[in-house]
Write a protein that binds this ligand. Structure first.
Ligand SMILES: [Zn+2]
Ligand SMILES: [Zn+2]
Length: 167
């Protein structure tokens, strides 16, 4: 059992593959290693690009299939948001995400308060297995340095407030 907050490791992968009688081939191992390295939430293409440096003959489809297999075995987790490319991560324990809407960068967020939210009740008939909160916005690079807020300059915004001068 992996400790909370840990990513799956090579040892976890070996165990999971053994449990499912899945041979841990050189291709599977290298794909996992590329995923487990930074950046933490790579896309298929990012993983493929990295893997090709040491294994030039590997196809994108193979990388994709390996990632899907790992996801099914829960050695890897898919992080998706609507309308965007799928990202993968080796960290399968509960955590949350900060997603930049401009550059697509996704960072992990750990917050014990978010880990212990009240789950939907029994009356919903839904059994929650896991959840992850995603905050969408702009990352520090895309948001840039904090801008001084421009003053509201409505045409009549201040005029009405001027006290009338008694003559
Ligand atoms: Zn960004
Ligand atoms: Zn994550």
């Amino acid at each position: 059992m992996s400790r909370s907050g840990d990513a799956s490791t090579g040892a976890d992968l070996e165990r999971i593959c053994r449990e499912h009688s899945l041979p841990l081939t050189a291709q599977r191992r290298i794909v996992f290693e590329a995923l487990a390295a930074r950046p933490v939430h790579p896309t298929v293409d990012e993983i493929w690009e990295k893997v090709r440096r040491t294994m030039p003959e590997i196809s994108r489809t193979t990388v994709y299939r390996i990632l899907e297999t790992f996801t099914r075995l829960r050695a890897v987790r898919k992080v998706s948001h609507p309308g965007a490319v799928t990202r993968y991560e080796s960290r399968t324990s509960r955590h949350h995400h900060l997603l930049c809407l401009r550059c697509g960068r996704m960072e992990d967020l750990d917050d014990p308060a978010l880990d212990s939210l009240a789950l939907p009740g029994r009356e919903t008939g839904f059994r929650v297995e896991d959840y992850s909160i995603q905050f969408r916005g702009l990352c520090s690079r895309c948001a840039g340095p904090p801008q001084p807020r421009p003053r509201k300059r409505g045409p009549t915004a201040h005029r009405g407030k001027k006290p009338e001068r008694p003559r």
